[in-house]
Design a protein around this ligand. Structure first.
Ligand code: SF4
Ligand code: MG
Length: 269
């Protein structure tokens, strides 16, 4: 199957703004799925609301476009009933860590075999450029015209602390690394999180004088460094990218079914 066979071409042209990073994530995601040779019928993509969440509409698999912040709750239901399917949840930073933060930490705690792609553009794009829990302190947004005073979350630390068994970070500038990390995350048995730093030139970039989409991409190149690199140790302020957690831990659906089988064997209902 070719890459474009995974795309619902009837929904194109897509609705993302010129220069938006989310199209690069769509490209990386379908390439990862193609590398893994997963049948379209074995994929369920679940999303909430937001520019990032529109990805599910463009992938020709089983797709659910659900409520804002509730994608992981729907995805948990799907995975519990059909554990043999690959469940992938693309989310924005607000969707994953604001209204959906509760579902995020508990999906990680359970280590349920779902892949969460957190497309972090540090802003609520679709609803008009409000600041999100990932906006840098001092950054300007529709709801913070003079600069936000909120400190941002660190997705990697949050996912790690909550118990995700695979945690990684990359950017839309680092496309090859992004494809590799998404591939590993889908293959991983357990809750896997890939934070993908993505640019929103329309709101975050424009309001914070970050230049064009190309300038924002170059900033991802210049302000990140591989985990364990000398550059990361020597240069204050660089953001680490790569794999932070990759562990084998009991997976939730398997543990649930094991427990049910034990109860049945003892004559339970
Ligand atoms: Fe992308 Fe921002 Fe436009 Fe949404 S508003 S499509 S995140 S550039
Ligand atoms: Mg966002």
């Amino acid at each position: 199957m070719a890459i474009h066979d995974y795309i619902r071409k009837r929904f194109f042209p897509h609705l993302w703004c010129p220069g938006c990073g989310h199209g690069t994530v769509l490209n990386g995601l379908v390439r990862a799925i193609d590398d893994l040779k997963i049948r379209k019928n074995d994929i369920v993509m679940v999303s909430g609301i937001g520019c990032s969440s529109r990805i599910t509409g463009y992938v020709d698999a089983h797709t659910l476009h659900t409520l804002h912040g509730r994608a992981l709750a729907f995805a948990t239901g799907v995975k519990m009933s059909r554990p043999e399917l690959h469940v992938i949840v693309p989310m924005g930073d607000g969707d994953a860590l604001a209204i959906g933060g509760n579902h995020f930490i508990h999906a990680a705690r359970r280590n349920i075999d779902i892949t969460a792609l957190v497309m972090n553009n540090q802003v609520y794009g679709m609803t008009g450029g409000q600041f999100s829990p990932m906006s840098d302190t001092g950054s300007r947004a529709t709801t913070a015209p003079l600069g936000s005073v909120d400190p941002p979350f660190d997705v990697v630390k949050m996912a790690t602390a909550a118990g995700a068994s695979y945690v990684a970070r990359t950017t839309v500038f680092h496309v090859r690394q992004m494809i590799t990390l998404i591939t590993e995350a889908i293959r991983h048995k357990g809750f896997s999180v890939v934070e993908i730093m993505s640019q929103c030139p329309t709101y975050y970039g424009r309001k914070n004088d970050l230049g064009s989409a190309a300038d924002m991409l170059e900033a991802f190149r210049d302000h990140t460094a591989p985990v364990g690199s000398a550059a990361l140790a020597e240069t204050p302020g660089l953001i680490a990218r790569g794999v932070f957690v990759n562990e084998d831990r009991p997976e939730y659906c398997e543990a649930y079914r094991r427990r049910a089988a034990e109860i049945k064997a003892r004559g339970g209902a």
